[in-house]
Design a binder for this molecule. Structure first.
Ligand code: 5GP
Ligand code: ZN
Length: 138
């Protein structure tokens, strides 16, 4: 499965070049062209799934194993004490390329990259209502 106008499908097919890190039957990983930090890598399934919600059953294991391998290699090559795995779904979340992909970002202590700021629920009842609202859909 591939989408003709999809940039990442064109990278997967070799029509557009990339700085390749890893490839297997199911997954490709290459350097992000505009890295948050040097070594910032994108890991993606070869079939064209626009978002995580479209991922076919059974495809997750190969992706997760590739993320573990690539994450370890990025961390080692950049001497990073940590790394983030990040994944955006839909424009509101910052998704720009609608071919599912995971960002692997090397992290250093006090590297100045923004941390997620948490904000507690108003009270426990509000937290329970939210849990119920989500759980009732599943
Ligand atoms: P998103 O915001 O969709 O989660 O992330 C898309 C990512 O793709 C961005 O971090 C952007 O820098 C990267 N990107 C966009 N175009 C290209 C390209 O042509 N080649 C590579 N290697 N990365 C790209
Ligand atoms: Zn695609």
């Amino acid at each position: 499965m591939s989408a003709v106008n999809c940039l990442f499908c064109n990278i997967i097919s070799g029509q557009i070049p990339c700085a390749k890190i890893y490839e297997d039957q199911h997954v490709l990983a290459f350097l992000d062209i505009n890295p948050i930090a040097p070594g910032h890598t994108l890991v993606l399934p070869k079939p064209h799934y626009p978002t995580l919600l479209d991922l076919a059953p059974g495809q997750g294991e190969a992706l997760l194993q590739a993320l573990r391998k690539v994450g370890a290699a990025v961390q080692k090559a950049t001497n990073a004490p940590g790394f983030n795995v990040m994944q955006n779904n839909f424009s509101a979340a910052g998704q720009v390329i609608f071919h599912l992909h995971f960002h692997v970002i090397p992290r250093f202590d006090n590297d100045g990259l923004p941390d997620w700021a948490g904000k507690p629920y108003a009270d426990n009842a509000a937290m329970q209502r939210m849990a119920q609202a989500i759980a009732s859909i599943l």
